[in-house]
Design a protein around this ligand. Sequence first.
Ligand code: CP3
Length: 345
Amino acid sequence: MSERPTKAILRVLNGEPVWPLPIWIMRQAGRYLPEYRETRKQAGSFLDLCYTSRLAEEVTLQPIRRFGFDASILFSDILVIPHALGQDVRFVENEGPKLDPITSAKDFSRLADELPLERLNPVFETLDRLSHSLPKETTLLGFCGAPWTVASYMIAGKGTPDQAPARLTAYRDPAFMASLIDRLVVASTAYLVRQIDAGAEAVQIFESFGSALPPALFDQLSLNPIRRMVEGLKSARPHAKAIVFVRGGGAHLRRFAEVGIGDGLALDWTLDPALVLPTLPASVATQGNLDPLALIAGGTPMEQGIDHILSAAKGRPHIFNLGHGILPETPVDHVAQLIARVRGA
Ligand code: CP3
């Protein structure tokens, strides 16, 4: 693109160091905010909240109003893809997502071959509304889950320790696993392209369960599917920017950078940015990576954690974020202190 972006996050994703670091936080709309809990009561189920554009727009804007983050992430969930493909998905209060497990080729055959994009129209309408209602300096982010993470929910029907059901399926029935991953690559790419058309300026792909994969399965189930998605998105919409977050993918981070998968790579909180950032090409932006528990604790652990990231990232294209999503018990004051420290640096 010949036009240079003016929004801080887009400048960083173009490889430009920006100081003070721009900041947003994963799961920045959610239960730690009293105004979210209030709006949540107005929607029936959690999915109703995701599919009611007016309310989804409202909860997306709440953290922007309160904190003025540099990016706003669409309020939705990674599990709208299996839902749109025809799998039953429910969110049970205090238990998390529950799906009717897909464990065989027969269950799989009941899903749509092609993602019926119109089922996700409310999501695109939310993005369209946000592209008009956000402050002009705020970057609008879309997102989806990476195929392995979404597949692990589809197979187990819920969150599971170390994603054992999906991992076992990958060993026992590689053909079924490959076709499920392939379906998700195609569906998720089409979904991201449509999010860009609806107003998202960049997208983040969440591989929340990268840590579960042994080396023998990693490329096939995580790296290559994500690469196909990013390449598909960029060949369809060359101006679209992509951030890739592979939680537990530290050992593979350099390969993502070298292969050029994504404009930005997000680090989880286990990685030391002082060690990792110098090993990456300067052309790739990074994001992260304060421990969400340091944000809950506040005080010295939080301040030292922030300062360590700031000193490691100075002079590099980096977006300040947490190393994973913010937790519901996080004091709102600590978020305000975090932003003040990053912006005051
Ligand atoms: O503010 C934002 O970041 C945007 C919204 C967002 C949500 N989920 C809202 C949500 C995003 C980006 C997600 C992604 C998501 N969803 C991931 C990947 C990121 C990660 O944290 O690893 C995953 C694994 C999911 C699946 C999911 N959705 C789980 C496991 C749960 C239950 C756990 C929990 O935190 O309650 C959800 C529900 C969910 N998604 C909530 C929110 C705000 C809480 C539901 C409620 O309000 O009752």
